[in-house]
Design a protein around this ligand. Sequence first.
Ligand SMILES: *[C@@H]1O[C@H](CO)[C@@H](O)[C@H](O)[C@H]1NC(C)=O
Ligand SMILES: *[C@@H]1O[C@H](CO)[C@@H](O)[C@H](O)[C@H]1NC(C)=O
Ligand SMILES: *[C@@H]1O[C@H](CO)[C@@H](O)[C@H](O)[C@H]1NC(C)=O
Ligand SMILES: *[C@@H]1O[C@H](CO)[C@@H](O)[C@H](O)[C@H]1NC(C)=O
Ligand SMILES: *[C@@H]1O[C@H](CO)[C@@H](O)[C@H](O)[C@H]1NC(C)=O
Length: 615
Amino acid sequence: MRRYSISMKVFVLFCCLWAVIVEAEYLKYKDPKQPMVTRIKDLMKRMTLEEKIGQMTQIERKVASVDVMKQYFIGSVLSGGGSVPAPKASAEDWINMVNDIQMAALSTRLGIPMIYGIDAVHGHNNVYNATIFPHNIGLATALEVRATGIPYAFAPCIAVCRDPRWGRCYESYSEDHKIVRTMTEIIHGLQGDLPANSRKGVPFVGGKSNVAACAKHFVGDGGTVRGIDENNTVINSNGLYGIHMPAYYDSIIKGVSTVMVSYSSWNGEKMHANRDLVTGFLKGKLNFRGFVISDWQGIDRITSPPHANYTYSVQAGVSAGIDMVMVPTNYTEFIDTLTQLVKDSVIPMSRIDDAVKRILRVKFTMGLFENPLADLSLVNQLGSQEHRELAREAVRKSLVLLKNGKSASQPLLPLPKKAPKILVAGSHADNLGYQCGGWTIEWQGAAGNDLTVGTTILSAIKKTVDPSTQVVSQQNPDANFVKSNEFDYAVVVVGEVPYAEMFGDSTNLTITDPGPSTINNVCGAVKCVVVVVSGRPVVLEPYVDKIDALVAAWLPGSEGQGVADVLFGDYGFTGKLARTWFKSVDQLPMNVGDRHYDPLFPFGSGLTTQPVKMN
Ligand SMILES: *[C@@H]1O[C@H](CO)[C@@H](O)[C@H](O)[C@H]1NC(C)=O
Ligand SMILES: *[C@@H]1O[C@H](CO)[C@@H](O)[C@H](O)[C@H]1NC(C)=O
Ligand SMILES: *[C@@H]1O[C@H](CO)[C@@H](O)[C@H](O)[C@H]1NC(C)=O
Ligand SMILES: *[C@@H]1O[C@H](CO)[C@@H](O)[C@H](O)[C@H]1NC(C)=O
Ligand SMILES: *[C@@H]1O[C@H](CO)[C@@H](O)[C@H](O)[C@H]1NC(C)=O
């Protein structure tokens, strides 16, 4: 009896299995042995309009519930600046969040994996305990992004910032497009080295420790009038193609997977609606085969005021050639509007198919179909000592020494490690948030040392000087205090407080108070080196004569030790200005090569020091 029952069960089980096997027909698109074109073609012919439009939709993680992912076949999810699964979330928390969303995508009819993207623009900057690199230097970012289960970074920014009044100037490598072009090497750092047989324009992502990159913002974002964010770039074709476009040639040759469109306009026409440049030039002339993504609510801003006519926005943006729309929250409105436009034949099916093909091409290239879920194998990479050492090296190499001693024969740097008593002053000496700048944990960045894990410049100095040296630290000492203390020398660290995007637009470019009075109080009384922590050149001319030595530290990130490494001569200064340092803001815009060029410190300047020999 028992026997019979067991074989009965086995028989039933066998029948069930057989049914499953018969039903699981061979799906070409799921077979990694098939060529990619075959896989894309096979998948496309199975997809409904609903599923195709879902692929074109990118939504914010806060609205990406399991139901939404399944019901709308959402193709991509992002973290906006500062959007995290929990405060101080660990790599495991991130992986679990991304995997939950991915499992919802995989459970749909065709099981197309979603692609998760994030603004990792100077290291994996939204994530607690990640290594924060100097802004614009993204070395080793890929591994830390993958460590949290995310395969797509909205970087690099290849803007050519032509006016430092722009709030995003620190996201740009240089005012000189030649420097920006060489920095597109970062694409290999993010995506992996391009194989020898790669074809121009075809996206490439190496493997499980690489991420898809995004060249942004196409095109002319750094050329807006008076540096107003998202505004109008007034320039002729020669200027656009000669200054703002060249880094796109390099990015595409280097296999960049995606390109993000700029909020800005070119001669009054919104880039999000510019078919000639997005479809005609980028996809046509340059043969770009990856996908074009909008910026956050970028299509909404095609109209003025934003969202005034969303139907028009969707029509103009998708017709211009945008393939994936960073909606990011009202996905039903986007999906319904685009669906209607297709049903009304305003947007042809061929345009939708082109978009979906490009998105699938990137997903297949990355191996997302084969490896959709992240595992824990890379979690130790996040904020690892090795990455922090690399960031520290980047800090050392990015500092620019602008002045060293009141005369060349009496240099102040390198500073002696051994001195009876020294002063460290300034609002930025002991503030991790300030030295990391915007796009750090929060979109706008934040103040303080609790923000994430790292070393402030003050604590780096304390670690570097001889144990016998007394380090006195005061943010804004008055002149009498400085005079009465007989310090051997002072280090004054001042600059800008964190900002991002339009919140950083500035017409005065001043050092934040009380920075100027700290410089006056300290440098009037004792030999001083001033370290400027800022996203761009700031007004310095009134103070330069008082200052003995001057260092531009930019936004060095979490590894403040790199600053002390060069101040005290463990390493030499080598950095050169990638930007013109103006005398006064009424000179702006003023860039290298301009006819009227009268800078405080010219483009390319930077003094050097030799490392101090030990023993
Ligand atoms: C540029 O900024 C001005 C002033 O804020 C605004 O009126 C104008 O609409 C903006 N232009 C564009 C193209 O965004
Ligand atoms: C919005 O744009 C659509 C598409 O261009 C157009 O047909 C419609 O008339 C516009 N609506 C309004 C209220 O302007
Ligand atoms: C989304 O858009 C629709 C259509 O414009 C609107 O009715 C709805 O209120 C919006 N929902 C949200 C959450 O903004
Ligand atoms: C930060 O990451 C490092 C390296 O993975 C780890 O050893 C350390 O415990 C982490 N610190 C915090 C505060 O999470
Ligand atoms: C400079 O401009 C910023 C805003 O762009 C403002 O907050 C600040 O007060 C201004 N500083 C001076 C000294 O005018």
